[in-house]
Design a protein around this ligand. Sequence first.
Ligand SMILES: Nc1nc2c(c(=O)[nH]1)N[C@H]1C(S)=C(S)[C@@H](COP(=O)(O)O)O[C@H]1N2
Ligand SMILES: [Mo]
Length: 357
Amino acid sequence: MDAPPAGLAFDEAITHEELQLAARNHGMPLEGLRYDVTPLGMHYLLIHFDIPDADASTWTVDVGGRVRAPLVLTLDDLRARPAVTVAVTMECAGNGRARLTPRPISQPWLHEAVGTAEWTGTPLRPVLEEADLQDDAVEIVFRGADHGTQGDEEQDYERSLTVEDAMREEVLLAWAVNGHPLPPQHGAPLRLVVPGWYGMTSVKWLTGITAVAEPFDGYQMRAYRLRQTEDEPGVPVTRMQPRALMVPPGFPDFMTRSRIVEAGTVALTGRAWSGWAPIALVEVSVDAGRTWSQAELAPRPPHAWTAWSFAWEATPGERELLVRAADRAGNAQPLEQPWNHHGLANNMPQRIAVTVR
Ligand SMILES: Nc1nc2c(c(=O)[nH]1)N[C@H]1C(S)=C(S)[C@@H](COP(=O)(O)O)O[C@H]1N2
Ligand SMILES: [Mo]
């Protein structure tokens, strides 16, 4: 075979570079789907560069650019403002990447780049109102303290939102998670949290909030686009596509993670989420995708995942379980995954091999 195009691999063997990223950026063990709120150390992590050495007592965030009243805010200034706590499901846009063929070479997620946390912070909107955006401001750029090179470009980690998206009431400047000050790996002492969007939007170690008069075109804006080749402009990745995941039933085999369950009624459970609209439907297949049955849904929190359950009458033999979700906006998980060059926003169903005995 010809050599694959740069950045893609056709075999299953991941490289040391991918392993190096996977060891730094861990996923949520799938049994963690049993919790409404993911215990803090079990929430997934994605850190492009290094975790900055941050001192909360001297930390400031600059609010500037196309504003009439620039602000420099300390943590105490922010904590003196009205605080809210919101449960938010966050997923990395690259979740599922390692299951694509050819495999885009980057952080090699299978299914597990997701978690739900209770973030405490103050809404961004009143801060922007106080800074008084000039009439020509079109986007807000959020800058992290972390610095590195990616795609041969030296950069601070930066992402933008349109003014309209940044002004949504659920967008927070957060200093605590699950009742604790942010730990270093989740953005201490301050991060942005943008419910409904893939994780790259929720900038950690936040140092700058800058209103700009032109759409921001930094590296991390160009990287998160759906495209077939590196040269196309592509389409921006924004909100999370629907996805359902299952707590793997029974007990696992150490190496393969395949499952063993006893015949009889097996309670299958899991979570489903979408950044576009509430979850409308979760379906389970216990016969490798030939037939599907509807799962029961628990009440739906606004920005966090929905619990689902399904009673499986398991009979002895080798089985393959699948689960898929659809949202009220008409988005659904595809059985055949459309491919893209960076392996972003893909949401093909989870498959679990089970031996029923
Ligand atoms: N400053 C900064 N913010 C960042 C990142 C980063 O590397 N640097 N990674 C982003 C990505 S790609 C994801 S998926 C989420 C992950 O958040 P978590 O590690 O708290 O789960 O943070 C986002 N915010
Ligand atoms: Mo991510």
